[in-house]
Design a protein. Structure first.
Length: 474
């Protein structure tokens, strides 16, 4: 072998010299005196070849995986946990009594503890509520400081505040009357035939347009378009059914408006040019939303507390020179309070537990009846393969993969007159196929098709691969 290597290296040296003199265009294996891999192998006394063998087999299901769910009735936390344990044990005992324990496996899956706030049990007398409402107030900027101080001193919170330029008559006694626009019943749905009625209105300068919400949902009247957004001239804010919003148009022009909540609701007010237009001046109008909130209390007390706070707010504003006409009362929300205010809340809990039963076909009917009688419900059923069958398959697939590897190496070495002298190393499933969210995965040493979890092994193709390092020689 040493002599042969020396000859090869000598040949390489000669080839290098010839290349530099004669500019041989490419290197060829013929420099070694051989013309194929077969010739190279035939000159080796002993070498190794690493090759992979594969095998697969069709797997038929021999059992059924039954996924049960068990729920406990709503009650307090401690009782719910205890009820859950008792209920699970009842289901397990019922299944064991009807199925062969040697052919049936039971696995307890995840348990969820879920709060139930409504519909699960009647509210207790101690249930608490708080009230919330955002009251919209309009005034001018000259009164802003005084009104804000009065509200804060009275214990009210200002949610937000907007300031906009508006045109107002210099002589407030001048007016061209009023005009009305209705927000039609059903306009909160996009397939309504009509939204604002009339949707296009032409008025003389100085006319006050009054929008009335005749729908069952709250709306806004906001200058601008849905495509370009609010223009900033006026914005009613959200006002509920039966409420109104008004604005006096003193300057000629076209005024597009829409509802911020339901943008398919659009309208236009046109004020034509007139020689008798009313003289106007620019003022800064302030729109503020004041929050009315109550502390948690029984529902009747919460309603009473809210009415008292609203009346007190109206008195505070009246003392600051704001009449009730400038106050827009939006929708009031009464919200239940479930925790954080003592032990008089009515929140209850229920549990959801998953139980996975794998059993023989013949036992399916009896297991389902036992589960139903003990209070469990069937969530799903999957034809599956037992662990014992997979273990048997694994032995068979391994032997087949080894034979496949030997056949593959024979195809390579036989033309060179070589034979297998031994095996140096065997690796099983060195590169198994895996896929997130389902697909072939490794389970008990076999590549199987599985659905989400190896507990639910489906029937299909099972495969095995082995990588073998063979010693070969003459």
């Amino acid at each position: 072998m040493q002599r042969r290597h020396a000859l090869i290296f000598m040949s390489l040296g000669i080839a290098a010299s010839l290349t530099s003199i004669f500019l041989v265009p490419q290197f060829s294996y013929s420099v070694f005196g051989v013309n194929s891999i077969s010739d190279l192998l035939s000159r080796s006394d002993l070498t190794t070849i690493t090759i992979t063998g594969e095998s697969s087999i069709k797997v038929e299901p021999d059992q059924v995986s039954i996924i049960l769910n068990l729920q406990t009735p709503p009650t307090d936390t401690d009782a719910t946990v205890q009820n859950r344990e008792e209920s699970v044990n009842k289901v397990i005992d019922a299944i064991i009594s009807t199925a062969d324990i040697n052919e049936t496996s039971i696995k307890i899956g995840q348990t969820n503890l879920n709060p139930i706030y409504s519909g699960g049990s009647p509210q207790q007398p101690g249930a608490l509520f708080n009230a919330y409402s955002s009251i919209q107030i309009k005034t001018d900027i000259d009164n802003l400081s005084t009104i804000s101080s009065s509200l804060v001193s009275a214990g009210y919170r200002i949610d937000n505040l907007q300031i906009a330029q508006v045109k107002v008559p210099v002589d407030k006694t001048q007016s061209s009357g009023t005009a009305g626009v209705s927000m039609v019943l059903g306009s909160s749905t996009p397939d309504s035939l009509e939204y604002f009625s009339p949707s296009k209105l032409s008025v003389q300068p100085g006319t006050t347009v009054v929008w009335t919400n005749d729908d069952t949902a709250a709306h806004t009247v906001t200058t601008g378009t849905p495509e370009n957004g609010p223009s900033g001239l006026f914005d009613s804010g959200l006002f509920g059914p039966g409420s109104t919003f008004e604005y006096q148009f003193n300057v000629a022009g076209e005024y597009d408006y829409f509802c911020m909540v339901h943008p398919w609701m659009t309208g236009k007010v046109t004020v034509p040019q007139s020689d008798e237009s009313i003289p106007t001046e620019t003022k800064y109008q302030v729109t503020m939303n004041v929050a009315i909130e109550t502390q948690p209390a029984p529902l009747q007390d919460t309603i009473k507390n809210y009415e008292e706070k609203l009346a007190a707010l109206e008195r505070t504003l009246e003392s600051s020179g704001i009449s009730s006409d400038a106050i827009q009362n939006n929708q009031v929300s009464f919200n239940p309070i479930y925790y954080g205010y003592g032990g008089s809340q009515f929140a209850v809990y229920t549990t959801y537990t998953q139980i996975i039963v794998k059993t023989d076909y013949a036992k399916v009917d009896s297991v389902l009846k036992a589960a139903k009688d003990s209070g469990a419900f069937v969530e799903n059923m999957i034809l599956s393969v037992s662990d014992s069958q997979i273990d048997n398959i694994k032995t068979e697939l391994t032997q087949q993969a080894l034979l496949d590897a030997m056949e593959n190496v024979q195809e390579i070495i036989e033309p060179s007159g070589l034979e297998i002298k031994g095996i140096k190393k065997i690796e099983v499933n060195t590169k198994p196929v895996s896929q997130y969210g389902g697909g072939p995965i490794m389970y008990r040493g076999v590549s199987m098709w599985s659905q989400y979890d190896p507990s639910y092994t489906m029937a299909g193709e099972a495969s095995m691969s082995v990588t073998v390092e063979f010693e070969v020689g003459k």
